[in-house]
Design a binder for this molecule. Structure first.
Ligand SMILES: C[S@@+](CC[C@H](N)C(=O)[O-])C[C@H]1O[C@@H](n2cnc3c(N)ncnc32)[C@H](O)[C@@H]1O
Length: 271
């Protein structure tokens, strides 16, 4: 790679991006990915679980339903952590939420039985550091569970459509590489003793393409940021491309606009 990106600067911009809109609304669509992952991770009571880049707490809440305490969620957007605390309180679940960058977790080595990250750590610009942090905080024999969008799935294609109009900084690896077993093996290296992956579908129902675009422009930071970056001149072209992508991906015909977005469910065992 010719240019070394300024990871700190990119992290700062990304933090502002995820602070836009209200990701908690989008999280409603993917909550079941966390439940499925928590089930696959075979979490049992009293295990210590960390949900990295937890947003409004989907993964931490799923874990806490199984641990009876000892679960922590971390994210670098304070307003999302507030939403997570509200949700945990409403469900009477014992979860601690901590502000932290996935690339510099404020936890001791080997302090968790399980670290999970659902469509979260994959977005950190320094992929090696994010992977190293997931490995570092899990004890030997513990599990790392992830859900990562695949490059060819519908959400992968949505990110690629947006990137055509508002390109990422040069020199960054695509987050979507976390949705491939090859890159996971590179990132986790000999830090893991076993890697199990499974392609799964996240069903995302909307009334229409217009409904999808309006919803993402309102609530999803990366879409809102892309529209801000293209400005008034670029707005129509971005909307047209999103329409074309949605028409191609719609699985519900005339009835609605439903995406069946592929992701990779990952369970790695810490060496
Ligand atoms: C697509 S959302 C997923 C949230 C949650 N895991 C879920 O499944 O609902 C991505 C989340 O990752 C967080 N995030 C992205 N990069 C991060 C980083 N470097 N450190 C901490 N959080 C990060 C964002 O703030 C956002 O909450």
């Amino acid at each position: 790679m010719s240019e070394t990106p300024d990871f700190a600067a990119v992290t700062n911009i990304q933090q502002q991006t995820w602070s836009k809109g209200d990701f908690a609304m989008v999280a409603n669509i993917v909550y079941n990915v966390s439940e499925t992952l928590a089930e696959a991770l075979d979490i049992v009571p009293d295990e210590r679980v960390l949900d990295v880049a937890c947003g409004s707490g989907n993964g931490a809440i799923a874990a806490a339903r199984r641990t009876w305490g000892g679960t922590i969620g971390s994210d670098y957007v304070p307003s999302l952590l507030e939403r997570a605390r509200e949700r945990a309180e409403a469900e009477r679940l014992d979860i601690e939420f901590v502000e932290a960058d996935a690339q510099a977790l404020p936890f001791e080595d080997g302090s968790f039985d399980v670290a999970m990250s659902i469509f979260g750590a994959m977005f950190a610009p320094d992929q090696e550091k994010a992977a190293a942090e997931l490995l570092r905080v899990v004890k030997p024999g513990g599990r790392i569970g992830m859900a990562n969008w695949t490059p060819d799935g519908s959400v992968g294609k949505m990110f690629k459509t947006i990137s055509k109009h508002a390109p990422p900084p040069p020199g960054l690896e695509s987050p979507l590489l976390w949705g491939t077993e090859e890159r996971l093996r590179e990132l986790f290296g000999d830090g893991i003793a076993d890697l199990q992956t499974e392609r799964r579908i996240s069903r995302q129902p909307f009334r229409s393409a217009d409904h999808y675009i309006e919803f993402f422009r309102t609530y999803f930071g990366p879409t809102q940021m892309a529209y801000e970056r293209v400005g008034a001149e670029g707005e129509q072209a971005l909307t047209d491309d999103l329409h074309a992508f949605l028409e191609a991906e719609n699985t519900a015909g005339e009835r609605a606009m439903v995406l069946e977005a592929e992701y990779l469910q990952v369970i790695a065992t810490r060496a």
